[in-house]
Ligand binder design. Structure first.
Ligand code: CP
Length: 349
């Protein structure tokens, strides 16, 4: 295994927790992507799979979520498993003072895998330490969001391939809240498995990238540049990855210092930078309120908009994560997959 995986976190595999993208190397990443390719027809409801028949997922979300929770749950259901879920602290016995360790041990006794989102960095690792089944990190505060980074890398690879390019050697502009945006932290670490990536970073004051993340990428041979504006960040970039201002994680003082208003990325900014054809990515949610300093919806008809291909890919990547954690081989998937006997109106690209 490569030096990318710290000694305390074993490589991701059967019966293992997924807490950090650092549990992958290049080979295991591409193995996961091959599994995602295999289950695409199941995610798109062209066929039905029952490989997880009898398995139960415990889905514990202590922070708001739309796509991560529902795509993890859809992924488990599409593989033939069942899902139990709790959302927020209010309806969990944590509201009565129960510890993470007790909660985790109890719920893991009811489940075959847990997916956990929690507002505190490091908290999902605490769940993992007390769980008797694999725990998947669905976001721990400003820490990591490994499944998002995996689907981002997978989507980026396919968007670049459409243009006869590769992740190796690509230039990516990452703009927005780089301090609290955990998806950025996980994505930069995961992209560090590629070769010769150039990162061009732009953030408002007080929302800069933690230096250890830039250091992580540089130590693996990548180039990381700070820039003064979004158009500057876009210079020579194949893709722009925009992120929301994570207002819920910052004090009023930090927010005031950041002085954010208007749009982060819109048609005019892209046109000024000569980047109207650029691949546009965003982990979502996009903050559509006025002056939210996020990706404007006026880019939605541009050819490079990839944000909904990212969300679609979230299901198949999360299916691949479950298949890996629960030790299901590609042959087991094929043996339990059949054509759907029902019809639906589908408009998959
Ligand atoms: N990208 C992401 O984590 O979205 P949700 O907060 O809706 O899950």
């Amino acid at each position: 295994m490569t030096a990318h995986v710290p000694a305390e976190l074993p490589p991701f595999g059967p019966g293992r927790h997924l807490l950090s993208v650092q549990q992958f190397d290049r080979e295991s990443l591409h193995r996961l992507f091959d599994l995602a390719d295999l289950v695409r027809p199941i995610a798109q409801r062209k066929s039905i799979c029952t490989v997880l028949d009898g398995a139960v997922l415990g889905s514990l979300f202590f922070e708001p979520s739309t796509r991560t929770r529902l795509s993890f749950e859809s992924a488990f259901l599409r593989l033939g498993g069942e899902v139990t879920t709790t959302t927020g602290f209010t309806f969990s016995s944590m509201a009565k003072g129960e510890s993470i360790a007790d909660t985790s041990r109890v719920v893991s006794g009811y489940s075959d895998a847990l997916v956990v989102r929690h507002p505190d960095e490091g908290s999902v690792a605490e769940f993992a330490a007390a769980s008797v089944v694999p725990v998947i990190n669905a976001g721990d505060g400003a820490g990591e969001h490994p499944s998002q980074a995996l689907l981002d890398f997978y989507t980026l690879r396919s968007e670049l391939e459409r243009r006869d390019k590769a992740v190796d050697g690509c230039t990516i502009a990452i703009v927005g809240d780089l301090k609290y945006g955990r998806t950025v932290h996980s994505l930069m670490k995961l992209l560090s498995l590629a070769e010769g990536v150039t990162f061009r970073m732009f953030s408002p004051p007080s929302l800069e990238l933690p230096p250890e993340i830039a250091q992580y990428a540089r130590a693996r041979g990548h180039r990381v540049f700070d820039t003064d504006s979004v158009p500057d960040a876009l210079t020579g970039a194949d893709v722009v990855y925009a992120t929301r201002v994570q207002r819920e994680r910052m004090t009023e003082e930090v927010l005031a210092n950041a002085n954010v208003s208007g749009n982060l990325v819109n048609r005019q900014i892209l046109a000024e930078a000569g980047a109207s054809e650029i691949i546009i990515m965003h982990p979502l949610p996009r903050d559509s309120r006025l002056d939210s300093f996020d990706l404007s919806s006026d880019v939605d008809q541009l050819p490079g908009l990839s944000i909904f291909r990212q969300t679609d890919n979230g299901v198949l990547i999360r299916m691949a994560i479950f298949l890996t954690a629960l030790g299901c081989s590609p042959d087991a998937v094929k043996a339990t997959t059949k054509q759907r006997p029902w019809d639906a109106t589908l408009r998959w690209p």
